[in-house]
Ligand binder design. Structure first.
Ligand SMILES: [Ca+2]
Ligand SMILES: [Ca+2]
Ligand SMILES: [Ca+2]
Length: 391
């Protein structure tokens, strides 16, 4: 459901782009990629009752990137609409700015017609589903060999995910800049495993153990939007993007291996585009629905600094689960049976476009937008073979 001037109904579901198995059942055999798409996470919620994300019209907040300014402004807007300011839960700055509030449906309608406000959209549960198998590591895996790799030392990647294992010896995490956007904990450490896996594909260290990332040794910032069960909210993702907007530098890279299962979020799309417009490069997973990628946010958001990524296997075959469509997909990258770092200083296999996007993120760190391709995805279902990203 998106509330605009014309208020219409729409109930999307968010998920992270891989699938989940119990760690206690870990074996040395990697899961078949098909496992990963059938296991849609349970509790992949719809809307959060009574909670809304409000995005201002362009130019209303101006170029100010202070949350305090946005908060003052938001309180005034609520007052004008006879809504108590105590219902504001969070504010976010950035290109547009906005807030997250507890509201009745009627109040949400009222705000949607306020001249300062562009969109009022229900906040939603984001749920993760990943397959993983904990295994012994090896240094250069097929996927890193396939796309190429280099020294990422001194570069920075912002990972919007379930957190990153702060203690993993194969990762360099900037704990000071890392931040949690989930209400249950202030720690941006990883209690799920998904974010640590993504982080390792981007930047696992070039040392004598574990795995090697595409841009080895790059600094990782954990922006935690998912809890240990892989659940979070759309609002948390939007806050994380606003935080990046306020703190990242031109040339930094953002990885978003998260997205929606059943629909779009205009607020999310616009926040991603606003971040990209600042010269920040963004890799986004295309999604695992085996459907047109343009049906899902944020993968559908196009802009020159946004790279939506489909998945291929070790034989360059288009992954059975991957979303497709060259109207939004920019590159393919490895996403089937990918070995990477895992929480608890471990290593694990995972499959999904969640694993494809961080290959792009690593390449963006190394080369900026000048990524080349090497070969094409075989059996691409949209009939237009995706170029496979390469260093
Ligand atoms: Ca290593
Ligand atoms: Ca695109
Ligand atoms: Ca294609």
């Amino acid at each position: 459901m998106i509330l605009r001037k014309a208020f219409f109904l729409f109930i999307p579901v968010l998920s992270v782009l891989a699938c989940q198995k119990d760690a206690s059942k870990a074996s040395l055999t990697a899961p078949a990629d098909e496992d990963c798409v059938q296991l849609k996470s349970l509790g992949n919620g719809d809307t959060i009752p009574g909670q809304y994300i409000v995005l201002y019209q362009s130019g209303v907040v101006g170029s100010v990137r202070s949350e305090a300014t946005v908060k003052t402004m938001s309180e005034k807007v609520l007052l004008k609409n006879n809504i108590s300011k105590k219902y504001i839960r969070e504010t976010f700055a950035g290109a547009r700015g906005g807030f997250i509030a507890r509201l009745s449906r009627e109040e949400a309608r009222k705000l949607a017609s306020d001249e300062n406000i562009d969109i009022v959209e229900p906040d939603r549960v984001v749920a993760l589903s990943t397959c993983f198998t904990v295994v012994a590591p090896r240094l250069i895996t097929w996927n890193i060999d396939r796309v190429g790799y280099g020294d990422g030392t001194g570069k920075k990647a912002w990972v919007i995910d379930s957190g990153i294992d702060f203690a993993h010896p194969d990762l360099t995490v900037d704990k000071t800049m890392s931040k949690s956007f989930i209400s249950s904990t202030a720690s941006a450490d990883d209690e799920n495993g998904h974010g640590t896996h993504v982080a390792g594909v981007i930047a696992a260290k070039n040392n004598s153990f574990g795995v090697l990332g595409v841009a080895s040794g790059a600094t990782l910032v954990s922006l935690r939007v998912l809890d240990k069960e892989g659940k979070g909210t759309l609002g948390a993702i939007i806050q994380a993007l606003a935080y990046i907007n306020a703190n990242a530098s031109t040339g930094d890279v953002v990885n978003m291996s998260i997205g929606e299962d059943e629909g779009v979020s205009e607020v999310l799309d616009k926040q991603v585009q606003a971040t990209a417009a600042r010269g920040i490069l963004i890799a986004i997973a295309a999604g695992n629905d085996h459907e047109a990628a343009n049906k899902f946010s944020p993968g559908r958001a196009n802009a020159s600094n946004i790279f939506t990524v489909s998945a291929v296997d070790s034989l360059d075959n288009f992954a059975s689960f991957s979303n497709y469509g060259n109207d939004v997909v920019d590159f393919a990258a490895p996403g089937v049976r990918i070995l990477s770092t895992y929480m608890g200083s471990k290593y694990a296999y995972m499959s999904g476009t969640s694993m494809a996007a961080p290959h792009l993120a690593g390449l963006l760190l190394l080369k900026g937008k000048n990524i080349i391709s090497s070969g094409f995805a075989k059996n691409d279902p949209d009939g237009e073979a995706d170029p496979i990203a390469h260093y």
